[in-house]
Every structure is written in C-alpha cells, then in structure tokens.
Design a protein around this ligand. Sequence first.
Ligand code: SF4
Length: 164
Amino acid sequence: MRYGQIRKYDVANGPGIRSTIFVTGCTHNCKNCFNKEYQDFDYGDVWTSKETKEVIDYLKLNEVNGLTVLGGEPFQNEKDLYKIIKEIQKEISKDIWIFSGYTFDQIIEDENKKKLLELCDVLVDGPFIEDLKNLKLKFRGSSNQRIIDIKKSFKENQVIELDI
Ligand code: SF4
C-alpha cells in the first residue's frame, strides 16, 4: 500500500483533533475529485512499519482524539489497511473514522472490505457527486454521503447515521 500523506493534527476529517492517513489508489473517478493525484496507486511512498509506529505515537498524544483514514479509496487497500489497523489497535483504542467512495451496502458484500469496516467506528460513505455538492455539510462533500455509526448499524442490521 502507498500513502500520500500522514497528518499528525487534522480538524477537517472527523470530530476534534485527529491524526489522518491518506492512502493512494482509487478507481471511482468522481467528477471534480478533491484529491485527483491520490487516484494513482503508484503515487506516494510505500507504507512500512515505520509509518505504523509514527501513527501510533501520534495517537498516544492526549490532544489527539482518534484516527481518520481516507484517500484515495481505503477499501481498495483493504487487506493492507486491515493489518495496519490491527497493529495500531494493539497499542491504542481511540476511535477510527474511515471514508469511502463505496456505500455501506457495497462494502459489506465483500468479505475483506467488511473485515476492515468492522475494525472502524464511523464510515463516511458514497462517492462525491458534484451535482449534490453542499459546502455546508460537515465532513462530507455532497449530500448523498452519510456519516454512519458502524457498530450500531451491524447490531441493528440497518444503516444508522450519526446525528452530526
Ligand atoms: S472516491 Fe474520493 S478519491 Fe476516489 S475519485 Fe471519488 S473523491 Fe476522488
């Protein structure tokens, strides 16, 4: 897996101060994608154990509320991300937000994607749709995208959105 950047402090991609990972590679090709260079699976550096340790160190900071994973498409890097998040969760139990161009239903159809989803707490789902763009929305670009409580959705067997 490759990544475009790691942010120690990010206040734009989830509640509070978060550390963020931007993985690279995405085939959704949304019109006016906010991170076009991150669509390339060859863009950025290869993720190694050094990066995993760096993120763990950031998450141990009191002022960091949790981790956010975005891209690119995290669910097209699902096998590597599953292992990386497992490693992180051995050390720290802060909440994890993950963004995807897939919908919740599309993710759970695929065994490996579902396994990654189950490690996380909140999913912001669906592609960015230019015609539904709304700058007033928190943590989302277009109104089709939902902020989903993953654990509750699995428990209740239906998509439960967070009231944000
Ligand atoms: S899912 Fe995200 S990274 Fe992929 S094309 Fe759409 S906006 Fe760009």
